[in-house]
Design a protein around this ligand. Structure first.
Ligand code: 5GP
Length: 206
């Protein structure tokens, strides 16, 4: 007769949030985290990009030189890494595994290449969410309205957005950010549903 294991070891889930620049991913991520501090956490990435005004080391990113980043690649310290818009970005394997073992849902705000790599390594517990505006025109309008980038950068970001959208079939969920509150609620609902997902690497009954 099989017996239900009362307390199976419960690892957390990885929630990949990817989006073209300007789709509102960071605002959604911040709001989701603020609403669920107990079970969900954010993993700070490493990058060789220079900090923007107001960004802090250890809060937004761990900023490091290209030489140090390459050393970490050689030492196998990254669960994934990628070159995005000319800079290196990577997810620490140690920090990720620590959070998962603590049973936390871990949000990774990373690009499409990184998302696909993580899914390959953690196939049972990676949930991939793609965030997009209603259409490309709206995305462009948002990039212009936030007044952060010059015309050339916006054009590059639009070209990249179209490339990123090609990876949509690899993702599990698409959230259209028409309205921030609704988009946050959608992401929260997806994360909540993971609680009921059967984890193929967990023994529930023995
Ligand atoms: P930004 O420089 O604007 O903060 O980020 C640029 C891009 O790099 C975004 O698409 C962001 O999601 C992605 N990114 C940030 N951290 C990581 C990471 O650790 N790995 C990968 N693959 N992409 C990342």
């Amino acid at each position: 007769m099989s017996k239900k294991i009362s307390n199976p070891i419960k690892l957390g889930n990885i929630i990949i949030l990817s989006a073209p620049s300007g789709a509102g991913k960071s605002s959604i991520c911040e709001a989701v985290l603020a609403s669920d501090k107990k079970d969900t956490t954010y993993l700070i990435s490493y990058t060789t990009r220079h900090p923007r005004t107001g960004e802090k080391n250890g809060k937004n990113y761990f900023f490091l030189s290209e030489e140090s980043f390459k050393k970490m690649i050689k030492e196998g310290k990254f669960a994934e890494w990628a070159k995005v818009h000319g800079n290196y970005y990577g997810t620490s394997k140690e920090l990720l595994d620590k959070a998962l073992t603590a049973g936390k849902n871990v949000i990774l705000e990373i690009d499409v290449q990184g998302g696909i790599n993580i899914k390959k390594q953690y196939p049972y517990r990676t949930c991939m969410i793609f965030i997009m505006t209603t259409d490309f025109k709206t995305l462009e309008k948002r990039l212009i309205a936030r007044n952060k980038d010059c015309k050339e950068t916006i054009d590059t970001r639009m070209v990249n957005a179209k490339k990123e959208l090609e990876y949509l079939p690899k993702y599990d969920y698409l959230v259209i950010n028409r309205d921030l509150t609704d988009a946050v609620e959608s992401v929260r609902t997806i994360i909540k549903s993971l609680e009921y997902k059967i984890q193929k690497d967990t023994i529930y009954f023995a």
